[in-house]
Design a protein. Structure first.
Length: 222
């Protein structure tokens, strides 16, 4: 927990430090990122580590989020931070019998409406949960609470403070399909190379991670 407290303290300075940045990504100026912070009072901020289970090398992000964020908004934060396009169903698994999902589809037996609960309420005493995305490709994300603190300024939006590796392309077939895709793209002599290069939309770098671009996407969430 000592390391988490250090990172959280450093992260408050990190958020304030955005004021010195000037970089434009997808038409959004990161100079405006300090506006995500409310200066009115101290607020609870939770540090989350989210990683794609069974990815190798591990695809992960470290986020600061408002502790009282609703799960439907946390879902959008996870989508933007990881690099998904929110094209499929999702759910939060807090425990085997505690599931939160989107009200956009008919909730299954045992599923609760994610709009009706905050991260803090859903967690209770837990420090880990699973975030599922795309029940066909079955992308499972392990989410760990690494720390919670009161900060001033508080966050209205999420801030990504670290991460590694690119998000897999949507609909590539889950972990096994993504491993095959990477192997083919890395081998220009493979029979499927040209076909998959076209399918993925051009050159794809599995090691890519752009922190500023991720934060620009997070800033656009409402």
């Amino acid at each position: 927990m000592g390391g988490s407290r250090y990172r959280l303290a450093a992260s408050a300075r990190y958020v304030s430090g955005f004021v010195a940045l000037e970089h434009r990504t997808v038409g959004v100026s990161v100079r405006s990122l300090p506006d995500v912070a409310s200066r009115s009072s101290s607020h609870q901020v939770t540090e989350l580590h989210i990683s794609l289970i069974d990815s190798d090398p591990l695809i992960w992000r470290r986020l600061l989020v408002p502790t009282t964020v609703r799960l439907d908004k946390l879902h959008r934060m996870f989508q933007s931070a990881m690099g998904w396009t929110d094209s499929h169903l999702h759910r939060f698994r807090m425990a085997d019998d505690v599931l939160y999902a989107s009200y956009d589809h008919d909730l299954l037996q045992g599923e609760l409406d994610e709009r009706a609960v905050t991260l803090q309420q859903a967690l209770g005493d837990r420090t880990r949960f699973i975030y599922d995305y795309d029940f066909g490709d079955n992308w499972e994300h392990a989410v760990t609470v690494e720390g919670t603190t009161a900060t001033r300024p508080g966050l209205k939006y999420s801030v990504c403070i670290d991460g590694q590796n690119a998000c897999p392309p949507e609909d590539c077939g889950g972990i096994g399909g993504y491993e095959h895709l990477r192997e083919v793209l890395a081998d220009p002599t493979h029979d499927e190379h040209d076909e998959l290069i076209e399918w993925v939309g051009g050159p794809f770098d599995p090691d890519a991670f752009d922190l500023i671009a991720v934060n620009a996407m997070l800033q656009r969430l409402h």
